[in-house]
Design a protein around this ligand. Structure first.
Ligand SMILES: [Zn+2]
Length: 185
């Protein structure tokens, strides 16, 4: 995931480019994250990738869309707190965004249009926008946790740790999240 920090630098250099909506419409609004997506990357789709038990809540019927949006918001907040616990870094005033795309080509198209760059990876954290961009086709809870860890580390330290140190920390968060979930019954 070396691309993460490298891209941050590249995108910082491009920050003069106009930037309208973060991508899609708002699909959830929580304490720590607002989430954005489109018809192919909606609240259901994102929630399904990060919480396999979402079907227990999503019973359908009137108001189901709002309900799923609320569950997604709480799930993202819960994941933020879990990552914070793993890192033992707690920032209660944090507020960032997650922008979901249906797949990697959609993510790449957006970044090409917005910043004029080619991006072959599946997720990234953009420090200037305090935003995580993620391809849902490839997304896992570990991948999203990895990017949240970048967000926590980048916002907590006045001088962010070197790229390699960040990757070790974010890799550890990703590993811990995977391990926790694989041990669930
Ligand atoms: Zn990374």
């Amino acid at each position: 995931m070396k691309i993460c920090a490298g891209l941050i630098c590249l995108m910082t250099a491009c920050c003069g480019i106009s930037y309208a909506a973060p991508g899609g419409t708002r699909i959830a609004s929580g304490t720590y994250f607002d989430a954005f997506g489109d018809a192919r990357a909606d609240a259901y789709a994102l929630l399904a990738k990060i919480d396999s038990s979402y079907l227990l809540y999503a019973s359908g019927g009137a108001g189901a869309t709002d309900a799923v949006s609320d569950i997604l918001a709480k799930t993202l907040d819960g994941l933020y707190q879990e990552v914070s616990d793993i890192l033992d870094i707690h920032m209660y005033s944090f507020k960032g965004s997650v922008v979901a795309f249906a797949d990697q080509p959609a993510l790449e198209r957006f970044l090409k249009q917005q910043y004029g760059i080619d991006f072959p990876e599946r997720s990234l954290y953009h420090f200037e926008k305090n935003t995580i961009y993620i391809s849902l086709a490839d997304a896992t809870v570990g991948m999203l946790g990895h990017e949240i860890a970048h967000a926590v580390i980048s916002n907590y330290f006045v001088v962010p740790p070197p790229e390699k140190v960040q990757e070790v920390l974010c890799g550890y968060v990703e590993y811990s999240l995977r391990k926790t979930r694989s041990s669930l019954p």
